[in-house]
Design a protein. Sequence first.
Length: 146
Amino acid sequence: MDYIVRFASTAEDRERCYELRHQVFDLEQHIPRPLDRDPHDHNANHVLCLDEQGRCVGTGRLVRVDARSALIGRMATAPEQRGKGIGAKVLEALERMAALRGIGELVVHSQLPALPFYLHRGYLPEGAEYLDSGVPHVLVRKVLGR
């Protein structure tokens, strides 16, 4: 299956990202704090992945933390599309976006089950495991250009 990964450039694109996040985080994972929207969404750069029918099946966002670092988060893939490389495509697009903006370091608050995904892509764990909204997480970091 062919996918199109692109930057969310319209309000409609961002709404599609929010809807997928709502489906994954709120409805599927039952995370108590809504993750479909938050104050960072207004300043974030969003990426969406579309399937052949034009449905949003993957998303993620990039939030600048300071002059040289950014936070990648709200990574979500539609359940029926998992294991097809969508997360990797979204992450690659976010990393390209960061590099184009002069960001040299990326941080992710990874859910524990997603840790191997990030380790395989050059992210390194930092610190101890912690709970966020009742879900085990670990901080991972990647210096771009390595």
